[in-house]
Design a binder for this molecule. Structure first.
Ligand SMILES: Cc1cc2nc3c(=O)[nH]c(=O)nc-3n(C[C@H](O)[C@H](O)[C@H](O)COP(=O)(O)OP(=O)(O)OC[C@H]3O[C@@H](n4cnc5c(N)ncnc54)[C@H](O)[C@@H]3O)c2cc1C
Length: 327
C-alpha cells in the first residue's frame, strides 16, 4: 500500500453536475465522499470566465428542468442567491419554460451544489486499479486514494481510458455500448465589445444557418458589466477547424457572427470543448460496471445531453452505489 494513502468510502472523479449531485445524495445517506477534479474550478462544462470587467458563460448557457427533484434543487439554489431565472425563451420562440442561470455566473451553480462537500481540485486521475475489495486511485501528482466505491463522471471516452489503465474488465456488451458514445465538439469565442451588441433581449439567439450555433449577450443576460458576447460554433465547423490556430478560428466565427455583433470587437479568447454534448445517449441513466466493490459511470451521456440529464444521472448513480455498498 502506498504511503500517505487517503481512505474514503466513495471517491467521485469529476466535479461537474453529475458528480456533485451524486456526492450530495451519498453524503446525505451517511457515506464519506471525496471529489477529485483535474480542473482549477468546480463545475466542468458549467464554466464562466472573466476578461477584464467582462464576464462570460462559455459552456452551458442556461438550465431547463422538467424533473421535480432537480427543479427543487434549482429553487433552493435561487433562495440561496446563487441561481436565478434568466428568461422564459428567446425572441419569437419564447415558450414560457424557465431558463435558469447561475448568479453571478454559471459556475455559481456548481459552487452551490458543492457546499458542504469535500473537493480537491487540480487532481488529475491517471490510474484506477482494483486493490483487493477496494479501488486504488492515482493522480498525476503522485497522490493515492483507497476507495470502497468509485464513480466516474468524465466524458465516456475519458472514463474508458481510465478503466484501461487498471485493466478493469468490462462486460463485452457494456463495452460496446459505451464505446459507441461520441460527442460533438464546440469552439467557443468570448468577445469583449466596444458597445452594446445588436442581439435583442433577453440576449440569446440561434442563427438560422451555421457555422454559429448560438450567440449570447452576457450583459443582457445580467452577468457582465461590459458588453460581452459568447459565440458557439456548430460541430461541423468545430471539427473542421479543431487543429487550426484558435485565434484564427475565432476570427472566422466573429466574421460569421458580424450581423449580431453591432459593435467593434476589443478583444477575444477562444476555448475548445472536445466533449461538448453527447451525440448518442445511453439507454440507462448510469452504468453499473462492477457490483463488488461498486464502480459506476455517470454523466450527461446517460440521462440526456444537458445539465438536467447530468443531474438525473448523478441521482441514479448514487442510488446504484448505495444499493451495492456494504451497510
Ligand atoms: C458549449 C456548451 C454549451 C452547452 N449548453 C448547454 C445549455 O445551454 N443547457 C444545458 O442544459 N446544457 C448545456 N450543455 C451541456 C452541459 O454543460 C452538460 O450536459 C453538463 O454540464 C455535463 O455535466 P457532467 O457532470 O456530465 O460532465 P462535466 O461537466 O464534463 O464534468 C466532468 C468533470 O470531470 C473532470 N475530469 C475529467 N477527467 C478527469 C480526470 N482524469 N481526473 C479528474 N477529473 C477529471 C472534468 O474536469 C470535469 O469537471 C452545454 C455544453 C457545452 C460544452
Amino acid at each position: 500500500m502506498p504511503n500517505h494513502e487517503q481512505i474514503v468510502d466513495v471517491l467521485i472523479i469529476g466535479t461537474g453536475v453529475s458528480g456533485l449531485i451524486a456526492a450530495r445524495e451519498m453524503q446525505s445517506a451517511g457515506r464519506s465522499v471525496l471529489l477529485l477534479d483535474k480542473g482549477r474550478g468546480l463545475g466542468g462544462r458549467l464554466a464562466s470566465r472573466r476578461i477584464g470587467a467582462a464576464t462570460f458563460d462559455h459552456g452551458a448557457q442556461f438550465i431547463t428542468t422538467r424533473d421535480a427533484r432537480f427543479e427543487e434543487i434549482l429553487k433552493q439554489g435561487a433562495e440561496a442567491g446563487m441561481m436565478t431565472e434568466w428568461c422564459q425563451g428567446f425572441s419569437t420562440a419564447a415558450d414560457g419554460h424557465t431558463r435558469w442561470r447561475g448568479q453571478p455566473a454559471m459556475t455559481a451553480v456548481a459552487k452551490y451544489l458543492a457546499q458542504g462537500l469535500e473537493t480537491q481540485m487540480e487532481k488529475q486521475v491517471v490510474a484506477l486499479r482494483r486493490a483487493g475489495d477496494r479501488y486504488s486511485v492515482e493522480t498525476s501528482t503522485g497522490e493515492f486514494y483507497s476507495a470502497g466505491a468509485v464513480l466516474l463522471t468524465p466524458p465516456v471516452p475519458q472514463s474508458l481510458a481510465l478503466l484501461a489503465t487498471g485493466e478493469i474488465a468490462l462486460d463485452p456488451a457494456m463495452r460496446t455500448r459505451l464505446e459507441g458514445i461520441q460527442y460533438e465538439r464546440c469552439l467557443a469565442v468570448m468577445a469583449v465589445l466596444k458597445g452594446p451588441s445588436s442581439i435583442p433581449p433577453p440576449g440569446g439567439l440561434v442563427p438560422a444557418r451555421g457555422p454559429v450555433s448560438w450567440i449570447a449577450d452576457n450583459q443582457l443576460k445580467g452577468i457582465s458589466l461590459e458588453p460581452a458576447v459568447t459565440i458557439h460554433a456548430n460541430h461541423e465547423f468545430s471539427l473542421a477547424h479543431w487543429d487550426e490556430d484558435r485565434m484564427e478560428s475565432g476570427r472566422r466565427l466573429l466574421d460569421a457572427a458580424q450581423p449580431c455583433l453591432g459593435a467593434e470587437v476589443l478583444s477575444y479568447q477562444v476555448h475548445g470543448w472536445r466533449y461538448s454534448k453527447p451525440i448518442q445517449v445511453d439507454t440507462h441513466p448510469c452504468a453499473l460496471l462492477q457490483t463488488s466493490p461498486p464502480l459506476v459511470m455517470a454523466g450527461d451521456a446517460f440521462a440526456g445531453p444537458r445539465v438536467e440529464g447530468a443531474a438525473l444521472s448523478g441521482m441514479a448513480a448514487a442510488e446504484a452505489l448505495l444499493a451495492n455498498l456494504p451497510h
